[in-house]
Write a protein that binds this ligand. Structure first.
Ligand SMILES: NC(=O)c1ccc[n+]([C@@H]2O[C@H](COP(=O)([O-])OP(=O)(O)OC[C@H]3O[C@@H](n4cnc5c(N)ncnc54)[C@H](OP(=O)(O)O)[C@@H]3O)[C@@H](O)[C@H]2O)c1
Length: 195
């Protein structure tokens, strides 16, 4: 259960189409990668360095796992899945529910985690564990595929922190979840003029 003692905070860093899709129905991400390439790192490295660990849904893990480059440096990676075996991959720790993942992350002393995957991000938003969202929109409508957006069980109020237009027409906006604290790195970025 998510108790009042919870000190774990989550941050989101996601790329999406203008119509809010995070992948095509078959999982294809070429539409994002090809357009995002012009924006280079797009702030991913400082974002990764600002978190202690990652938690992601099984579908996101399965999209990353076959890639030659494991992008998460030495950060512990926790995967929520009812279907993967617990010894599936030595790079990850598998949890049967998001509650179990949160408990483990807290037990390990993590304070700020990167949460990834549409279904997974929505669970963390509904559980009021997300403080910060950085959403990078690439200029395309793809019409179908998993969405970042969906039922939440209530409104999540956001405060705009900054928007930057990156090369290739990527529009990157950071929001703070109203009432929540924010990492020093994002605060600093928010004090910069939009690029
Ligand atoms: N554009 C981007 O920046 C970006 C970022 C991340 C991912 N993606 C893409 O998005 C797609 C994945 O997103 P998604 O929304 O489909 O899925 P997801 O959140 O990555 O994974 C969903 C899976 O995680 C487990 N899970 C998540 N929440 C759960 C809960 N509350 N209770 C139990 N199990 C839970 C389940 O695994 P089991 O079925 O094993 O139980 C569920 O099927 C992939 O194609 C990926 O490449 C894109």
């Amino acid at each position: 259960m998510i108790g009042s003692q919870n000190t774990l905070r989550a941050a989101v860093f996601l790329g999406l189409s203008v119509d809010g899709r995070i992948a095509r129905p078959d999982g294809d991400l070429e539409w994002l990668i090809s357009r995002g390439a012009a924006a280079g790192d797009a702030g991913f490295t400082p974002f990764l360095e600002s978190v202690d660990a990652l938690v992601m849904g099984r579908k996101t893990y399965e999209a990353i796992a076959p890639e030659e480059h494991w992008p998460y440096q030495d950060r512990p990676v926790h995967v929520i899945s009812t279907t993967l075996t617990t010894d599936h991959d030595p790079r990850i720790t598998v949890h049967r529910s998001p509650e179990a993942a949160v408990d483990a992350l807290q037990r390990d002393g993590h304070q700020r985690v990167y949460v990834d995957g549409g279904e997974t991000v929505r669970w963390f938003l509904a559980a009021e564990l997300v403080d910060e969202l950085t959403l990078s929109q690439v200029p395309v409508l793809i019409g179908d595929g998993p969405s970042l957006f969906g039922p939440l069980g209530g409104d999540v109020h956001l405060e705009h922190v900054r928007t930057a237009v990156l090369d290739g027409g990527m529009v990157q906006t950071t929001y703070r979840v109203a009432g929540g604290p924010m990492s020093p790195a994002a605060e600093q970025a928010g004090n910069r003029s939009p690029g």
